[in-house]
Every structure is written in structure tokens, then in C-alpha cells.
Write a new protein. Sequence first.
Length: 296
Amino acid sequence: MSQFGEQIAIREGARLSQELLTHYPESGGELAAMWAPPGTGKTSLLVTIAGRVAYFDNAKKRLMKETVVWKGREEDNWHLIQGKKICVHVFFGDDISFLDTSGNPIEVETLRYNTGYEIAQNLKRGWVNIVYEPRHYSMDEELLEEIMESQFLDTRPKRIPGAFFIYEVIYFIKKNKNPDEFVTVIIDEADHILRLNAKNPQRHFQDWFRDSIVRDLRKTKMSFLIAFHDSRTVDWTIIEKIMMRIYLKAALIPKDSELRMRRSSVKPGHYMIEKYGRFGIAKYDKIDTNNMVIAR
């Protein structure tokens, strides 16, 4: 890329990154996917986005901190998020401790829930809400009946993996939140819940999630950011509905992208971002992701 071309890419990268981070009532939420091989800074970028995402309040005429829902993992880095308060939602029947890598407890405000609906009702506005799925999960009856009806299922699934609890949380947030409220959902390693060539019943759940939830999230002022190492493991019928795409160094850029021939120009600490044929380059700060929080 020439020096002039790089300058243009940097300017467009800043504009697209601003669209990712700042939401307006007129444009709604944003759907984004992040391609990031291991060790390229995926977690650093997710942590940065969670702390910075905001929305414009027309009544107050200023930017406000946007509520974030972050799907918690057993080994995670949510405690490194800066710029917002953090709370953790834990199932009332689970005994979970949060430790650093030395085994010392991490102090964090913990909220107990019984259902996904309770999480939706008790979200801390303007905070980062970390959601840990129940260790023994039973899907909400109302939601399960809706999925079975929409997917023409006659037999109830014998077991539903706990990873799908985030579907329930998003469902109830979308259904019950204030129409003027903005919420961003961040899911790392999303291939676990959006698996390519998934077998039933997971296939039915993914199809329902695509058609009933993802399709109109933006209109409801919800943003959805997923990240994964390799897009070849992710359900492409869902990826195709996501127009903003982010590529870190050495990412396998899909064939339908205009950036496929440009992957060598992604430098460490930078990412490429594209949306509707526009593309650019942006920089981010890497953090020490070896500094983890461990849920036990």
C-alpha cells in the first residue's frame, strides 16, 4: 500500500471505528465480527471496546456510557476493562469465586439471578455486566416453546448446553428493555454457540437465533460483537448478516471480502475494519492478557 493509500485507510479506519464505538438513535446498534488468530490481540481489543462503547442521548445532548453484556468464561480478562464499573451476574445456586493467577480473590460486585429475565431486569446501566451461565442449565419454558414452534420441533431436547444461556439473556433484554436504551453484547470464542454444521438441537437453536434475534437487533438499539480464531468453524448463515468485520494480523479473510488480498498489511497492534465496501486501518493498545481472572 502506498503512503497516500495508507493515509486514506487510516482516516477511514478511524471513521469506521467510531461507528463501532459510538451509537446514535438514528442509526441504531451495530453488528460486528472479529477474525483473530491466537496471540494477535483479540482480547485486548475486546476489552478496549467494552470500556469505550457509548451512545448519544438526544435529550441530554451528550454521549453516555453504554451498557455492556459480556459473556463470562472460566479464564477471562474482564477485570482489565477500564472506564466503566463492572458487575458479575451469577446463578443463585452456583458457588463461584473469582481469582487472579496467583490465587488471590478478585473483589467485584456480584448479582444473583434465577432466570435470564432477572438479568435483563437487573442490568447495571452504563456498566459492564459479566454474565456467567448456570452450571446446570434448564432453558426458560417460554423461550423453549417459542423455539420449538418456530423450528417445527415436536420433541423437547433432552439436554441444552449451558452456553446457550446467553441466547436467553439476549432474548429477554431485547424483549423488555427501554426502547431508547442502548446495549452492546460481547461474546468471545463465539464458535461454541454459533458452530458450523452444528447437529440438532444446536442447529435449530442457531437458526432461531439468526432469524428471530440477530436479524433486527440493530433496530432495537442493540449491538452484537462476536470474536473467534477461525471463521471456518462459525455458522456462515449468521456471519453473512454481520456487515462490520474486523481482521487482526494473519486473520483468514473470507472470499467475499475486498480485503482478501491485503492481509499482509495488517501490522501488530493494528486491525483492518470493513463495512459495506468501505475499509480502513486502525491501531489499538495491547494489554497483558496473561493477567487473567479465573472463575472457580
